[in-house]
Design a binder for this molecule. Structure first.
Ligand code: GLN
Length: 547
């Protein structure tokens, strides 16, 4: 449901333990940033669609923020908040559409289309009040007299709703900030959640901490204890859980959390699909078992995967084959682990499947996209759940990526792993353009190892978001002269990008000396490679991976 319950399993979610600011999403592309900023202030926050009925909410927020949105409050198809929101008695802050929504809900004549759109930077003047009205200045407390803000709106308030005073203005927007003198209702016409409003976080802190009185205790130290309790309560004293691990950050953190909560009753499965990086299965096994003490089963299915990939050059087919084969192998392994677990005197049957879902996936599926929106399912685990009668357990579903990293560090996961670049599920299969064979795999692996080692040695690994070596197809060999002999060798292409959200990305501007060094090493050390190129395409129009 929209409350984030999964198959009816929901005991003590963070909003029941931590003071929570509820963000109601009216469809702005920035809505999730409000939640992120609050969490950066150690105030827990969750986002729900603007259509959320308060009666269906099983917890009480400390305050509510109404986000921006693309609609005009006065149009007939515009979304509106449940009127109960305004009766709850907790402080409310409206941002842009949210401000208009507050005004509209009180008097539906005072929002109009402005003569000109206001888009971009603006400076708002902060007004000061005294005496009985001084409390309405709390939203802009400690922000100085002039505030740099980011605006993005076309509609505006034509007049103040009854009982409201302006607390900030621009020459073009006399009601850039408004507050009610008798109820804790605030509205701002600009966006404090974006970095273009440099002091926006302080404003959000004024609302959440000063006005709502939310405790700033959302830390990973506190979360980890609560989460372990929650997992124990869900799984029960004998329940068992199974989950796939890849060596990536999310699955490792989720697995370590399960290990802390229920020990060996969590069964991790690593499937070697034959398209992993150099020594990857070995390294992951060592870290997970020796360093993290996780109960891990490694299944080497290299031959099965590579057999099915033989002669396949279409990237979509490669992806499908790998995805389907993975499900098959995982299911067989799960069945045999479940079979063995049945006879164990200490534990019951396997009831749960661990999934490393993160909060951005949850947000993506609940964001308000208007009446025609369809909800997208992110993980193809439906079949597994049904066939094996499993329930889903998702211990990271409330966390953003940076929180997962902080949690990982807190759980003692090595830094290199916590900061590991993402690696795609289809692995090297989509970094080898065209057909995959043993030689292609060897070249991709050896070149990638050299490239990544050099990036680490240059101290650039954390600065770069994702880097790898890919190889061109066998049909596109290049000529070279090696030891006075003409050879036809493979073309290796290097890719390294910087990005914050992986939606857009820029190629990394390496020093020429660095590129020279990597190129020399690859041509000298990787048998069969005779050319090295560096990919200087940004995303868009390129993608991060090659296929
Ligand atoms: N659609 C509304 C306007 O144009 C609100 C915009 C927003 O929330 N960013 O004013």
């Amino acid at each position: 449901t929209a409350n984030g319950d999964t198959n009816g399993v929901s005991i003590g979610e963070p909003h029941k333990t931590f003071d929570t600011i509820l963000v109601l999403d009216f469809g702005s592309q920035y809505s999730h940033l409000i939640t992120r900023r609050l969490r950066e202030l150690n105030v827990y926050s969750e986002m729900l669609p603007c259509t959320q009925k308060l009666a269906d909410l099983t917890w009480k927020p400390k305050g509510i923020i109404l986000s921006g949105g693309p609609y005009s409050v006065y149009s007939s198809d515009a979304p509106h908040a449940d009127p109960a929101v305004f009766e709850l008695g907790v402080p409310i802050l409206g941002i842009c559409y949210g401000l208009q929504e507050i005004a509209w809900s009180l008097d539906n004549k005072n929002v109009v289309s402005g003569e000109k759109r206001e888009y971009g930077h603006a400076t708002v003047k902060i007004q000061k009040h005294s005496g009985k009205e001084a409390h309405i200045d709390r939203l802009f407390q400690d922000l100085g007299e002039d505030l740099e803000v980011w605006m993005s709106h076309g509609d505006k308030l034509s007049q103040l709703p009854a009982g409201f005073e302006p607390v900030a203005s621009t020459p073009n927007a006399p009601f850039a900030g408004i507050a009610s003198t008798d109820r804790p209702l605030f509205g701002i016409q600009f966006h404090p959640e974006v970095t273009h409003t440099p002091k926006g976080k302080q404003l959000l802190s004024n609302f959440a901490v000063t006005i709502c009185g939310a405790r700033q205790d959302w830390t990973m130290e506190k979360f980890v204890d609560k989460e372990i309790e929650r997992i124990r309560a869900m799984v029960g004293p004998k329940g068992q859980v199974i989950g796939a691990v890849s060596g990536g950050v999310d699955s490792t953190v989720a697995a370590k959390l399960m290990k802390e909560a229920i020990g060996d009753r969590f069964h991790a499965v690593l499937v070697d699909n034959g398209v992993l990086r150099l020594d990857e299965a070995k390294t992951v096994k060592k870290t997970l078992t020796e360093h993290l003490g996780i109960n891990l089963t490694v299944i080497d299915s290299t031959d099965l995967f590579l057999g099915r990939l033989k002669g396949v050059s279409d990237p979509e087919r490669k992806r499908k084959i790998i995805g389907n084969t993975f499900i098959e192998v995982f299911q067989d392994t799960a069945k045999s682990i479940a079979e063995a677990a049945k006879d164990s005197p200490k534990a019951g049957e396997i009831e749960f499947l661990l999934q490393g879902t993160l909060y951005p996936d949850v947000i993506e599926s609940i964001s308000f996209k208007g009446p025609s929106a369809t909800i997208k399912t992110h993980h193809n685990v439906g079949g597994l759940l049904e066939n094996m009668h499993l329930k889903l357990i998702e211990p990271l579903r409330e966390l953003f990526k940076d929180e997962v990293r902080a949690l990982g560090t807190n759980l003692g996961i090595p830094e290199e792993l916590v900061w590991r670049h993402p690696f795609p599920g289809p692995g090297l299969a989509i970094r080898i353009i065209g057909e995959i064979n043993e030689e292609q795999l060897r070249i991709a692996r050896e070149a990638d190892k050299i490239f990544i080692d050099e990036i680490v040695a240059a101290g650039l690994y954390r600065k770069i978001s994702q880097a790898f070596a890919a190889v061109f197809p066998d049909t596109a060999k290049a000529v070279g002269v090696m030891g006075d002999k003409r050879v036809h060798g493979k073309v290796v292409t290097l890719r390294a990008v910087e990005t914050t959200d992986f939606m857009t990305a820029d190629w990394y501007p390496f020093e020429f000396d660095f590129l020279k060094r990597v190129s020399r090493r690859i041509v000298n050390e990787v048998d069969g490679a005779c050319r090295v190129t560096y990919d200087i395409t940004s995303k868009p129009p390129g993608t991060i991976e090659m296929e």
